[in-house]
Each structure stands twice: as structure tokens, then as C-alpha cells.
Design a protein. Structure first.
Length: 158
């Protein structure tokens, strides 16, 4: 979440901005603590409306309809408040020059999905499908293993 564009309000929707306050100065993980789904009875959405827009944007991009894809991406970026409990970016739209080729559009779709769908369990599929358009290396290649697992499993080097 630390690599988000300045002003992207989705980061505060999904993640706690000050993890040291939660862990009383002793964060126990390299992962950013979630602001959502931390309660036992927290609701979990089946889908988010902007996820549908990003799916449509990817389909239009792959069909060569860049104008529609650009409009859908900007619809996701520019929404500020809609009255639902969902992440909103509240960012300025990107111009035609910034999104005028298929690689630029797919890279932007990968970025928007990363922050729109944080903690939804879709990142792995996005990375597999959009691998060449992911513009960064993951911070953690695998989930961190507890030391007890490393000590009993000779096949894992932690």
C-alpha cells in the first residue's frame, strides 16, 4: 500500500495508516495491517462495482476500443463518494496521451486493480494474467513462514 499514487484514498479504506499504534510500537509483521475484515463478523463483498468497470476496461482494451477502456479507468479513478462502503480513489482523470496504447492501458488496469481490490484474493490471478504489465516486483515473493515451520521443514529456507 505504500506505493500508491499520492492522494489515493483507497489506501486508507483498506489498510491501517499507523500500524505501530495498533501493535503498541511493536509491529509483528512486515505486512500492512488491514482496516477491513479485522473483525470476526465483518462483511465481505461478493464484488465491488469498480471491479466490474475494470473487467470491462480490460475487455475493451484487448478488443482495441481504447476510448471506452480509458473512460472506464477514469470512472474508477475519479469517483469520490457514492454512499456505499467501498474504496474510492478520488484521483484526477488520466488524459488520452497517458493511456493511448494497449500496454499503457493494461498497466493502468493492473495498478487500479491492485488498490481497488486489495485483500480480495485476486492479486495472484491478476499477476498471472497481466504479468508483463505489472510495474513492480512484489515485496514478498511468498508469505512469511513462522520460525517453527522453518526449523522442522528442511525444504524451506527462511
Amino acid at each position: 500500500m505504500t506505493q500508491a499514487e499520492d492522494g489515493d484514498q483507497r489506501t486508507s479504506f483498506w489498510a491501517v495508516s499507523d500500524p505501530e499504534a495498533i501493535f503498541e510500537g511493536q509491529p509483528d509483521s512486515v505486512l500492512t495491517p488491514p482496516a477491513k475484515y479485522s473483525q470476526r463478523n465483518a462483511t465481505f463483498p461478493v464484488y465491488l462495482p469498480d471491479e466490474m468497470r475494470l473487467i470491462q476496461a480490460e475487455a475493451h482494451t484487448r478488443l482495441g476500443d481504447f476510448d471506452t477502456a480509458r473512460a472506464l479507468i477514469n470512472a474508477v479513478r475519479t469517483v469520490c463518494a457514492i454512499g456505499l462502503d467501498e474504496p474510492v480513489a478520488c484521483l484526477p482523470p488520466l488524459g488520452e496521451a497517458a493511456l493511448d496504447t494497449e500496454p499503457e492501458l493494461l498497466t493502468q488496469i493492473a495498478y487500479e486493480r491492485r488498490y481497488e481490490l486489495y485483500l480480495q484474493g485476486l492479486r495472484w490471478e491478476d499477476m498471472r494474467r497481466l504479468d508483463e504489465y505489472i510495474d513492480h516486483e512484489p515485496t514478498l515473493v511468498f508469505f512469511p513462514f513462522p520460525p517453527s515451520e522453518c526449523q522442522v521443514n528442511p525444504n524451506v529456507s527462511c
